[in-house]
Unconditional design. Structure first.
Lengths: 308, 277
């Protein structure tokens, strides 16, 4: 009788029970309908991005569906880091799943303050630094498009944080590997690649954009091959542990990211369509490993055979 | 007690056109699914498996527990690629359904119910009439539409139905507000005796909420917005609301999620200027 394959993975200094996490902004605070989402069986939950002050978010309309994709302009609506810590986190911890808190801000001081509120708070395994939100005009995206300022944020948070830092990278740059390398050198233990692609959709009848802000962040299967190429580049250039993200909807998709070297993946938009998609993807990976006769997921990670 | 939402396979029992703009889909779910409260909704897979497309939200027109399971009646318009695809689903096909979802209507104790449905928004009014009738005998249902082409036969509604059409082709000649105004003028509606419940196009709900506020009627409205997930994880379905009296700022800074805190809201709490009409 064969044993169940070992799904546990190391991402930097942390171990996760499975490589299937859920992505920031696509799983609320993790506590919404856990029976529906199968949240207790996840490898980890990355929270909505938390800011030092609560944020109202952008005016509707915030979503526009495109072929195999979703354009969003949520604008980092969140309850603020203090209310998260005091009200959401206790319930989230009860799920018994590793928690990665995503933090964001307009300036390095905002990130530092948010990190200070979460310092030494039990149950937070890592901080994911969102230096790449495309929907906050004054905020995130600036940081990641300029490697020096992204690095400045990472360095500043590094000085106050007591847990590993992950830098969430924007794909809207020419050389994601370079940005990743600079973030790694500044103290990011792992790199999450990628956030959404800037996208746009226009109603030809009204001549106006479907989203009031004009552009939004594109997610969903439409971006999966784009994201995979960015992940491969980040893995190759940085040598840092990479958490892959972008359009993953099936076990087959997740396996592609793991094969090119991502040490874990984050499942996002598909959870809107199938609330327990991440759980199903984990099951699919287990079945794949059993079929292939592999003892565990580590035997598959980074086994990509690039063209000679 | 509100039912815990579940994701479940539903069998298409029937899917038919009720008029040129409105379709009715009857789904059968496992008997243990739900039961839904009036005003709750479901997220329905319109195109099975591929290509990737989000589920679509539909209010529930009727739910009945039978020998074969829980039957849901949904009323919808083919208004985009999702609902267009839904018109092609045939009896026997299976579709994933998530629900029951959202915060439904809350009966106002002791008030005679006035249910106002605009177009296909009449659907949850039927569920509400079914739910209220055992305790509130003397309700009425107003079905408003642009004209006869937008109406359909409402079956077995426990309340008398009054029709209002903008073009006067059937029933009262005028919109639902004009009809309400007439009823109020005749003393058949009184702010201290009645409560209004409604679903329909946002401009109608806006006008109704203003009218109700002006005359002092309690008024609950079920809002239609664009939903990503339907259960609170995507933050896509924000509805701007006014702060309640004495309330400083709430956790969402006066955006509420239609999927979990709605789709039913007190009409006067909605910041209609910010609602996409």
């Amino acid at each position: 009788m064969s044993e169940r394959p070992d799904l546990s993975v190391k991402v930097g200094s942390l171990t996760f029970p499975t490589p299937i996490l859920v992505a920031s902004g696509t799983f609320g605070y993790g506590t919404e309908s856990p029976e529906l989402t199968g949240a207790r069986e996840l490898g980890g939950i990355v929270t909505k991005t938390l800011t030092i002050e609560p944020r109202r978010g952008n005016a509707p309309i915030r979503l526009h569906e495109t072929p195999a994709g979703l354009l969003n302009s949520i604008g980092l609506q969140n309850v603020g880091v203090q209310r998260f810590r005091d009200e959401k986190l206790p319930k989230l911890r009860e799920l018994g799943v590793p928690i990665v808190a995503s933090i964001g801000g307009k300036a390095p001081e905002d990130f530092v303050q948010a990190a200070e509120h979460l310092r030494d708070v039990p149950g937070i395994a890592a901080l994911e630094i969102n230096v790449s939100c495309p929907n906050v005009k004054e905020g995130g995206i600036e940081f990641c498009q300029r490697p020096d300022s992204a690095a400045a944020v990472i360095r500043a948070v590094r000085d106050v944080a007591t847990v590993p830092l992950w830098a969430k990278l924007s794909p809207n740059v020419s050389h994601i590997g370079e940005v990743g390398r600079v973030c790694r050198d500044a103290g990011a233990e792992a790199l999450t690649a990628v956030n959404t692609f800037v996208g746009m959709s226009v109603d030809p009848r009204t001549r106006q954009p479907h989203l009031p802000g004009g552009t939004g962040g594109l997610s969903g299967p439409a971006i999966r091959p784009l994201a995979l190429a960015k992940v491969w580049e980040t893995v190759r250039v940085t040598g840092a542990p990479v958490v892959g993200c972008g359009g993953i909807a099936t076990a087959e998709d997740a396996l592609q990211f793991l094969v090119v070297g991502a040490r874990a993946v984050q499942v996002g938009t598909v959870s809107f369509r199938i609330p327990d998609a991440a759980r199903r993807i984990r099951q699919g990976i287990e079945e794949f490993l059993s079929r292939e006769g592999l003892p565990g997921i580590e035997s598959l990670i980074g086994t990509y055979q690039p063209p000679q | 007690m509100t039912s815990v939402p579940q994701s479940a396979p539903a069998r298409v029992v029937s899917n038919r056109r009720l008029n040129p703009e409105i379709h009715e889909l009857v789904l059968r779910l496992p008997a243990e699914w739900g039961p839904p409260e009036p005003g709750q909704f479901v997220q329905v897979e319109c195109l099975p498996a591929n290509p990737f497309i989000l589920k679509r939200p539909f209010s529930i027109a009727r739910s009945r527990l039978g020998d074969l399971g829980m039957e849901l009646h949904l009323v919808y318009g083919a208004i985009g690629p999702g609902t267009e695809a839904l018109t092609r689903r045939r009896p026997g096909e299976m579709l994933d359904v998530i629900g029951p979802l959202g915060h439904g209507f809350r009966p106002v104790p002791g008030r005679r119910p006035v249910l106002i449905g605009g177009g296909r928004g009449v659907a949850p009014m039927i569920a509400l009439a079914d739910g209220l009738a055992p305790n509130y005998e003397d309700g009425i249902l107003i079905f408003g539409a642009r004209g006869s082409a937008q109406l359909y036969e409402l079956e077995e509604v426990p309340y008398p139905v009054t029709i209002a059409t903008d073009d006067g082709s059937v029933g009262f000649h005028g919109n639902v507000i004009q009809l309400l105004e007439q009823l109020r003028g005749r003393g058949e509606l009184r702010p201290e005796e009645n409560a209004l419940y409604s679903c329909g196009p946002n401009p109608m709900l806006h006008a109704l909420s203003d009218w109700a506020g002006e005359h002092g009627f309690p008024c609950q409205v079920s809002l239609e917005t664009i939903f990503g997930c339907g259960f609170g994880i995507c933050a896509g379905c924000a509805v701007p609301v006014h702060a309640a009296e004495g309330e400083e700022s709430d956790e969402f800074g006066h955006y509420r999620f239609a999927c979990v805190e709605g789709p039913v809201f007190e009409g006067h709490r909605v910041d209609w200027e910010g609602v996409k009409e």
